[in-house]
Design a protein around this ligand. Sequence first.
Ligand SMILES: NC(=O)C1=CN([C@@H]2O[C@H](COP(=O)(O)OP(=O)(O)OC[C@H]3O[C@@H](n4cnc5c(N)ncnc54)[C@H](O)[C@@H]3O)[C@@H](O)[C@H]2O)C=CC1
Ligand SMILES: O=C([O-])C1=[NH+]CCC1
Length: 306
Amino acid sequence: MDTLVIVSSEKVTDILDYTILIPAIEKSLAEFSKRTGVIQPVRNVVLIPESEGFLGCMPVYSREDDILATKIVSFFPQNKDVSTHHAVILVFCAHTGIPKALLDGDVITAKRTAATSAVATKYLVNGKPDVLALLGSGVQARSHVAALCELFTFKEIRIWNHRFDGAVKLAKEIGLNCAACRDVSEAVKNADVIVTVTSAKDPVLRLDWVKPGAHINAVGACRPDWSEIDADLMKSAVVYVDSREGAIKESGDIILSQAEIYAEIGEVILGTREAMRKKTTVFKSLGMAIEDGIAAKLVINKLGIQ
Ligand SMILES: NC(=O)C1=CN([C@@H]2O[C@H](COP(=O)(O)OP(=O)(O)OC[C@H]3O[C@@H](n4cnc5c(N)ncnc54)[C@H](O)[C@@H]3O)[C@@H](O)[C@H]2O)C=CC1
Ligand SMILES: O=C([O-])C1=[NH+]CCC1
């Protein structure tokens, strides 16, 4: 085996800028929805009952992008002093199958998920958004603020968390235009963009709290029996997903509510499905291996890894 290069989270952080990541993710979402050059099975998951978590394996091949890679990601929701998600991404030569690089996947997972929501918001938000509401105050909440602020200038950012001190801490980090809220209804009132990034297994966001025409990035609840969004909201919104196949197998928000999927976000980017900006829209994100593969490729290209 040729030398396998190990890429640390520090290196990934240095290289992976949203200005390059967001357009690359946009292109890869479109590529995925063309159904021609990307082979990506639905995540294979081993459940770990003791910790109510899982280990997921996410392989992908993209002919167009010359990517052969797999992410392995763990989710231990009860972790207290360490992160709840950990990941590595193994990149292979797409022509020989020789392993090339092993990258830390924590930062890539945080940034590519937020970049994906930023792309979905760009296509689905109704006009220029002033108010952003985040439900959850962990890793993804932080990366979502950074990615969304790359594309939009919010007058107000509101944070709710099931533990109020988490919301207060994040609000202080973000600064002046940001407030911690004690209730979800207060956080999302008149919000133009809402991001749900919690480890909740039951709905935290309800239909009657959401402004008609708002755009919601529903990022948590990645198991078929978990949900973050109540069924009435799911059924009344226009629902977009990253992958139809993934959503009908993994998303409790969709399975439990029986909401209809209108389109993949890649189809909107391709122009084959409409962006219903004036309606309330939900982008249900589960996370795709092609997002990890593209992000990993940006990093290894920059490092000159052949
Ligand atoms: N769609 C995607 O591509 C990805 C989705 N995720 C999901 O996003 C969510 C957030 O991930 P991270 O920020 O990395 O996790 P984190 O552990 O850093 O943050 C989780 C947040 O949820 C809150 N929380 C925990 N239990 C809760 C409950 N029962 N009800 C309400 N809030 C609760 C925590 O206080 C914390 O603010 C998770 O559901 C995770 O699985 C994570 C990575 C990728
Ligand atoms: O795509 C991803 O890496 C994940 N989605 C849900 C948990 C981790």
